[in-house]
Design a protein around this ligand. Structure first.
Ligand code: SF4
Length: 362
């Protein structure tokens, strides 16, 4: 690294000029767009974010529109991106900003005051939206420097991060923080990639210490993955007078304020059908009988892997309206209206299976 340090920044910037991806938020560097893109990118891959971003800013073109949005509609726009607290925090921040002139502050400290904006996102907004000299260390940058410097310590350790930050600050050109930070992240994403990097086309290969030491495959040293937790759940789809029963989850629960079919986790020794009957009774005071399997779907959030069994259920005779114990609201909706509500991805997958099962019943 030392031998190439002097030339590193101009070579990197030249590479970026030639190879940067055409991303919608890069066309104007509008601070609102950078903010939305950074929040979306926090837990979602770039390829997925591009489509979501374009739809989002078309519907909510500025902070004022976002502040005035209804939360149900906002969550619906976010459906499929997951980690819905990001959307709720965007909403809260937009409402705060709407009372202060509806613009993002050009201040790291003030950005940190907004819900959902931590040090990383504040630095990214300062550097990319406002072209101010902040360093942005994402996983791509950490991986690149862990290899360039052949760092044998875990890349997420405080000392390692401090060392990388020091290097990046040293290389940061005062007049081009926007291009430089994006170039580093882009280079890590496209050339010094996870898994097998493209060392053959890398302009830094001569000074790359991991390449010289033959340790590229062992860099970066990552923290142990969290243990995967398997969960089995079951839910029931009940229809009365052609309408489906859905309920809105509590505001302080996982998947807060999203809609779902009543159901829950299996208890030890239960089969899915038994869990549906018990959960319905506990959550809605309705007695149901599972009739036909819709599908079993898998979905994941954080380190949880969920298997969800969905059943069409009949209501037993003389059942009234649901009395809710695990939700804030319930509605009976037409099948076509299910598309208007935001569901967790497992329930959304079940909905896409509903039609096939219904057709096979006809
Ligand atoms: S030589 Fe390979 S490992 Fe080293 S910085 Fe370049 S792409 Fe990454």
């Amino acid at each position: 690294m030392n031998s190439t340090k002097r030339n590193f920044t101009p070579i990197l910037l030249a590479w970026f000029e030639e190879h940067e991806r055409d991303l919608p938020w890069r066309r104007t560097y509008e601070p609102y767009h950078i903010w939305i893109s950074e929040i979306m990118l926090q837990q979602t891959q770039m390829d997925r974010v591009v489509g979501f971003f374009s739809r989002f800013v078309e519907r909510f073109p500025d902070i004022g529109c976002l502040a005035e949005a209804g939360e149900d509609e906002l969550l619906k726009m976010w459906e499929g991106l997951g980690y819905y607290s990001r959307a709720r925090n965007l909403h809260k921040s937009a409402k705060i900003l709407a009372t202060q002139g509806a613009a993002l502050p050009e201040s790291y400290q003030q950005l940190l005051q907004l819900p959902g904006i931590g040090p990383y996102t504040a630095s990214a907004i300062m550097a990319i939206a406002f072209n101010r000299p902040h360093t942005v260390l994402d996983a791509n940058v950490e991986r690149l420097f862990a290899r360039l410097l052949d760092l044998s310590k875990p890349v997420k350790e405080k000392e390692t991060i401090a060392l990388i930050r020091h290097q990046v600050e040293d290389l940061l050109p005062a007049d081009q923080p926007r291009a430089f930070n994006q170039a580093l992240m882009e280079f890590g994403a496209l050339v010094c990639k996870p898994g097998i990097p493209n060392c053959g086309v890398c302009p830094f290969h001569v000074g790359c210490q991991a390449l010289q030491a033959g340790t590229v495959g062992a860099r970066p040293v990552l923290p142990k993955r969290k243990e995967t937790i398997l969960i089995t759940m079951a839910c029931g789809v009940v229809r009365r007078n052609g309408k489906f029963l859905i309920q809105k989850r509590q505001a302080d629960d996982v998947w807060a304020n999203l809609w779902e079919f009543p159901g829950g986790r299996l208890k030890e020794g239960e089969i899915p059908e038994q869990a549906v009957v018990r959960e319905y009774l506990e959550e809605t005071e309705l007695c149901v009988e599972p009739m036909e399997k819709i599908a079993t779907v898998q979905h994941a959030y954080m380190n949880y892997r969920v298997t969800l069994h969905g059943f069409f259920c009949d209501l037993l005779p003389d059942q009234g309206e649901p009395i809710l114990h695990a939700a804030q609201e319930a509605r009976w909706v037409e099948e076509g209206e299910l598309a208007d509500y935001a569901f967790p991805s497992g329930h959304r997958k079940l909905i896409s299976c509903l039609q096939g099962v219904e057709q096979s019943q006809e």
